[in-house]
Design a protein around this ligand. Sequence first.
Ligand code: GAR
Length: 209
Amino acid sequence: MKENNRKIRIAVFVSGGGTNLGALIKAQQEGLLCDGEIVLVISSKADAYALTRSKDAGIESAVVEKKVLGSQERFESEIIRLLEEKQIDLIVLAGFMSILSENFTSRYPERIINVHPSLIPSFCGKGYYGLRVHEAALEYGVKVTGATVHFVNEIPDGGRIIMQKAVYIQDGDTPEVLQRRVMEEAEWIILPQAVQQVCSQLASDTIKK
Ligand code: GAR
């Protein structure tokens, strides 16, 4: 009885290029993301290219900048206001580079998903984001890295793992080259799959209620 399912209303949080948002939009257009719908994009930066992607896809977006609002509390209150206004069921952090406090994450238990560019528990937690993760993997000399999609709780990169995919490191890799390979071979594949998996679960839980 899938036809009767209400689609899970998704907000994607971004800060930069938004290639993971692009992968989610593609999955939605191609029907892979069939139990959810991206209804809002929130950017923590006014100049994020991700905003162009959401505009091109006809998805509503909002910019919420901590430096403009002046405090973490105001920043999160504004985000919560937008989420409530759009009746959001699920939040996806797709390259969102702002910290969310425990006050925020505890409001949405197992309702916030993050994509991280390593195989957690390696190269994760405080200070590990974006290119720094790949720099650390190369510095350590690991031969395999990858990406992880996980739920977000109060521990940075510490919530329950939903999906992971491994990626081989090659001789001569630079952080930039490795970042691109991890995106192409792992993040852009498992993020849409994991979001669909969670949406499907949430949609069937809603029907049972
Ligand atoms: C991605 O590699 C994502 O995994 C990473 O930032 C990049 C954003 O790229 N996120 C983190 O490091 C979070 N800890 P995008 O804006 O092109 O999706």
